[in-house]
Design a protein around this ligand. Structure first.
Ligand code: ZN
Ligand code: ZN
Length: 351
């Protein structure tokens, strides 16, 4: 894994120093910063004792990809009692917080998420937004950017939501559709009105038309309305076969987080993901990497539950020589830094 002639020890110690630097930065949250879980706002220090998974699905029911192909079997997440057991298991495996990356156009049920949050010790953060062209409600096309932004900001304040995401683009899309671009700009504006973080969905791995730079183009659109990259995680980058980490280094260089959010699944095998992570860490970006699995509750041998980032993927990084301090910074500190924000409005008492 380490270049010929390069000292593994040297690299490891450089990574540790960077991780220590990342941790030190992490512990300096802005005054008044909070992480908005469904049940209450928490100081970032409340999530210092375990991993936060910034993009999973605890309540999802997507329409079929191709109309006329029939409805897919109901997702495991429809069984809330099962989800409560699954999330509790993840808690035992070291997970303290899970962000649900769904929203109404993905069939997310907020009451189900609240039940899971109330019946486990794991904190749940709920996202909002719009997924991609095929899931958009019919009236979205006639709404303006500002109208969408206003509605999203109101929803955030009404329901105690903690992030915008996942917002994305169509499978095998060469670029955002005009409506998808409008949603990205509207979410950017809703961020400016609320300070909530944003995480995206990329179409990497879904077809030959998806450009390698797609994640950078998403960041361009968000920045075009004034979003600062440190409040953004560009998602599904681990589905891009990028062994030298060229694209993700560019994303991180601009200040955004890099979402390795389909570990143990997705379109690129884990061993290639490990290679990418090592190249990324070697370039000095340990403070920009986020790990999770975009899991929807269907267990397989490779994906044994919501804790699989910690039980399956992190051991592969450890095996490849990534030091413990770096792993801690990546799984515990980086997601807190993405999620922490200074609320513009006090949380309403009933939200
Ligand atoms: Zn996605
Ligand atoms: Zn997702």
């Amino acid at each position: 894994m380490f270049g010929a002639g390069g000292s593994a020890l040297g690299l490891v110690s450089a990574w540790s120093q960077r991780a220590a630097g990342a941790s030190a930065k992490t512990n300096q949250f802005p005054r008044g910063a909070a992480i908005r879980t469904l049940l209450k706002d928490l100081p970032p220090s409340a999530l210092a004792n375990g991993a936060t998974l910034f993009h999973e699905h605890l309540s999802i029911d997507l329409p079929p990809t191709r109309p006329g192909r029939g409805t897919p079997p109901p997702p495991a997440t429809a069984d809330v009692d099962l989800m409560i057991r699954e999330v509790a298991t993840a808690g035992q495996e070291g997970v303290v917080c899970i962000v649900d990356g769904g929203h109404p156009d993905m069939g997310r049920n907020l009451d189900n998420l609240r039940r899971i949050a109330m019946n486990t010790s794991v904190h749940i953060v709920a996202g909002t937004g719009y997924y991609m062209q095929r899931t958009y409600p019919a009236d979205l096309a006639s709404k303006s950017e500002d109208q969408i932004a206003d509605e999203l900001a109101r929803e955030v304040n009404r329901d105690g939501l903690g992030a915008f995401g996942e917002i994305g683009q169509s499978a095998n899309g060469a670029e955002l559709t005009p409506d998808e671009r409008k949603v990205f700009r509207a979410v950017g504006k809703a961020h400016l009105r609320t300070n909530l973080p944003i995480f995206t969905h990329n179409a990497y791995g879904t077809g030959p038309d998806v450009p390698r730079e797609a994640g950078l183009r998403q960041l361009d659109v968000l920045e075009s309305v004034g979003v600062k990259p440190q409040h953004v995680a560009i998602g599904h980058t681990c589905c891009l076969d990028d062994p030298k980490a060229e694209i993700i280094r560019e994303i991180a260089k601009r200040g955004a987080f890099v979402g390795f959010d389909r570990v143990t699944g997705g379109f690129v095998p884990d061993d290639k993901k490990v290679t990418m992570v090592l190249a990324f860490l070697d370039a000095g970006y340990a403070d920009k990497l986020l790990l999770c699995s975009d899991f929807t509750g269907r267990r397989t041998t490779a994906r044994p539950g919501y804790g699989n980032t910690l039980t399956v993927f992190v051991p592969k990084l450890r095996q490849a020589g990534v030091p413990e301090a770096t792993l801690h910074a990546i799984t515990v500190d980086n997601p807190r830094r993405l999620l922490a924000f200074v609320p513009k409005k006090a949380r309403p008492k009933n939200a």
